[in-house]
Design a protein around this ligand. Structure first.
Ligand code: 13P
Length: 255
């Protein structure tokens, strides 16, 4: 399986800044067969960046989209509109869950809409600090996984990527902590167990699982060698070109 290195730029970089970044990174990296490099800029950047993109080196992801393809939904962007512009879409990020009140039902519809439009969903799941403290991590993971995948058939699960992002480890979370490889390994094991329950043992091993939460060049190697981890979802460090390139190089080496 490829290693996925995904940069989530969140609400950073305007079109000009994003374009300069893309220009620079495309000069710094080669076409790495075993490492899929993806960036997720803001929606407004997707069209201009898609024209500038060297798809042999880097792919685009959207950060969110609405589950209906068209209609009276003021302010939304559909997966149908994103078709052809992006290969991936981040869905159910904790910032969407907790700031914009997205629930598992809505997230499931978005995952289905992405697949319907030929876009691979990166379904984000993860517990908050108090849920971990109360020993609820396994239940939260199960609920978010069964909820988010409720509309995905066994034929379509191969299109889905899962990102485990413990909310307490995301750098923008107040008093963020650094997740240890053991903590990650345990939850990745739970994710595979749940996938096995829904889709069977063989498929459970084939779904890429990414880790996200304060990933930096200094810890990327350790996280990428956690059993069952197939890539990284990176926020803050993906905004710093040299750090993101460093992480890509690490992924290439670890592979
Ligand atoms: P940081 O890498 O800044 O902790 O962000 C993680 C994240 O939320 C990526 O989606």
């Amino acid at each position: 399986m490829k290693t996925f290195i995904v940069g989530n730029w969140k609400l950073n970089f305007n079109v000009g800044e994003a374009s300069v970044y893309l220009h620079k990174i495309q000069r710094k990296i080669a076409n790495y067969r075993d490492v899929e490099v993806v960036v997720a800029p803001t929606a407004l950047c997707l069209q201009p960046l898609s024209l500038q993109l060297d798809r042999s080196k880097i792919k685009l992801a959207a950060q969110n989209a609405f589950y209906r393809d068209f209609g009276a939904f003021t302010g939304e962007i559909s997966f149908a509109e994103l078709k052809g512009l992006v290969n991936y879409c981040i869905i159910g990020h904790s910032e969407r869950r907790y700031i914009f009140h997205e629930d598992d039902k809505m997230i499931a519809k978005k995952v289905a809409a992405a697949i319907r439009n030929g876009i691979r969903p990166i379904l984000c799941i993860g517990e908050i600090e108090s849920e971990r403290a109360f020993g609820e991590t396994a239940d939260v993971i199960k609920d978010q996984l069964f909820g988010g995948l409720s509309e995905v058939s066994v034929e379509d699960i191969s299109k889905v990527l899962i990102a485990y992002e413990p909310v307490w480890a995301i750098s923008s979370t107040k008093d963020a902590k650094i997740a240890t490889p053991d903590e990650i390994a345990e939850v990745v094991g739970l994710i595979r167990e749940n996938l096995k329950e829904i889709y069977g043992a063989k498929i459970a091993e084939e779904v890429p699982i990414l880790f996200g939460g304060s990933v930096k060049p200094t810890n990327a190697g350790a996280y990428l060698t956690v059993p069952g981890v197939n890539g990284l979802l990176i926020g803050g460090a993906s905004l710093i070109l040299d750090e993101f390139v460093d992480i890509i190089e690490t992924a290439k080496r670890v592979k």
